[in-house]
Design a protein around this ligand. Structure first.
Ligand SMILES: [Zn+2]
Length: 466
């Protein structure tokens, strides 16, 4: 059994064989920190966190690097709008990025390098490209000479001539070829800037990832990841820069996650359908958002809507309830079973099925289906009065193990206290008095999902924990 990964570079699934046995060097393009992240940014964060967790689960020692673009046009514009400076904007949104993705169960990278702290390496990278004839200076800017790099277009599977006919020189452009791209941009008056051999300025976007991957992981890495929209031009340009300088393949496996649509529409500023994670996690359990994303294979597009999120919550609760019932039984019952061996084997098979699915290009959708099967079997097991504590513990242990690989916890974020329950019941009574039965039912369902059963009696509502 071996892990296979779909490689955008070769357009096929390949057996995963890292450059160095047992170790994985992984770089994932991070956000430009000028705003809160939207749900589209959350997807690569969750996808590559899951991939990293699974690689670690399979015994690999993973070195995971993900950058912050902490200076660019958007940051400069935002700083101006807010009447502050670029480092203040960056600091603020780096902090909120950490908060938002942490809520979604995303682990911190081994390191999150920033552009502003990688300046010497970036300038050195550009200087060497110019020396080797891959870059040229024009009025304080430096451009990459795309034509000089053999193999431009190999990641996005486009020929340089096709690309060239689709590109055009804009009025005022000072580059020699429409496909050439900026390595260094000269500073406008009053803009944040750094000294360089070409005068004051700042790096282009693509060069930062090439320089950071080299600095923190070396000339060749195992996995380079990002959203599908980064394939061209960003990753194509990273390959051109890195391979021109290092004369070695930049990454063995290029992985890209699919798009997110909102209510079947493309998410865009102009449509006004940007969903910020910061807002969404106030409304929905972040674990449900993560579960929702993982119920779709990472390369497939996701359609996002509140209704779909609600149905994901119902699904996740099915697994949570089975898990909660197992734990409850383990707490209250004695060791009574006779056919423990048969069940232990059955449980072991769930683990193998989960690994088989995840080994197939991290098929989280099918891995979650295995968790549902397991929940169903657990419910069957719990119907018997004679349960073995060893089997219960094995079920519980495997649920925790596999959910952990997906970054999920199966217990509710907070235990409901008795007074919280009383307050919800009071709210339900009021809703019924006001004939708001939808809200009343919602509260009853909410409590039921938490294993609280309501009983309407002539003396009023009674409740108990199941
Ligand atoms: Zn990048």
């Amino acid at each position: 059994m071996s892990l296979v990964i779909y490689n955008t570079l070769t357009r096929q699934k390949e057996v995963f064989k890292p450059l160095e046995e047992g170790k994985v060097k992984m770089y994932v393009c991070g956000p430009t920190v000028y705003n809160y992240i939207h749900i589209g940014n959350a997807r690569p964060a969750i996808v590559f966190d899951t991939i990293r967790r699974y690689l670690e689960y399979r015994g690999y020692d993973v070195n995971f690097i993900s950058n912050f673009t902490d200076v660019d046009d958007k940051l400069i514009r935002t700083a101006k709008e807010l009447g502050t400076d670029v480092p203040t904007v960056a600091e603020r949104f780096i902090n909120s990025y950490h908060e938002d993705v942490c809520a979604l169960g995303v682990q911190e990278a081994d390191y999150h390098p920033r552009v502003t702290e990688t300046m010497p390496e970036i300038i050195d990278f550009i200087s060497k490209l110019v020396e080797k004839g891959y870059g040229y200076e024009a009025k304080g800017d430096v451009y990459f000479k795309t034509r000089a790099f053999d193999g431009y277009g190999k990641l996005s599977h486009q020929s340089i001539d096709d690309l060239r006919s689709g590109a055009r020189i804009e009025v005022g452009d000072i580059k020699k070829d429409p496909l050439d791209f900026a390595l260094w941009k000269s500073a406008k008056e009053g803009e944040i800037s750094w000294e360089s051999p070409w005068g004051k300025g700042r790096p282009g976007w693509h060069i930062e990832c090439s320089a950071m991957a080299k600095k923190y992981l070396g000339d060749s890495i195992d996995i380079h990841g990002g959203g599908q929209d980064l394939t061209f031009p960003h990753h194509e340009n990273e390959i051109a820069q890195s391979e021109a300088l290092n004369e070695a393949p930049m990454a063995k496996y290029w992985m890209h996650n699919g798009y997110i649509n909102i209510n079947n529409e493309k998410m865009s500023k102009s449509l006004g359908n940007f969903v910020l994670v910061h807002d969404m996690i106030k409304e929905f359990d972040p674990q449900v958002i993560r579960f929702f994303m993982m119920a779709v294979h990472y390369r497939n597009p996701i359609n996002f809507s509140n209704e779909l999120l609600q149905s994901a919550e119902v699904s996740l609760n099915r697994i949570r309830t089975a898990y909660g019932n197992l734990k409850h039984r383990l707490e209250v019952s004695a060791d009574l079973a006779s056919d423990a061996e048969q069940w232990n084997e059955k449980i072991e098979q769930f683990k193998q099925s989960f690994i088989t699915e995840m080994d197939d290009d991290f098929n989280t959708a099918n891995a979650i289906a295995v968790l549902f099967d397991m929940a169903r079997e657990a419910n069957v097991y719990l119907q018997s009065e004679n349960t073995s504590t060893a089997v219960l513990a094995k079920f519980i242990g495997l649920f925790e193990e596999l959910a952990g690989v997906l970054g999920l916890t199966l217990t509710e974020e907070k235990e409901l206290l008795d007074e919280d329950i009383e307050a919800l019941i009071e709210e339900r009574n009021n809703a019924r008095r006001e004939c708001n039965f939808a809200r009343a039912d919602e509260i009853r369902d909410q409590l039921r999902d938490l294993n609280i059963v309501l009983e309407d009696t002539p003396q009023g509502v009674r409740w108990k924990r199941q």
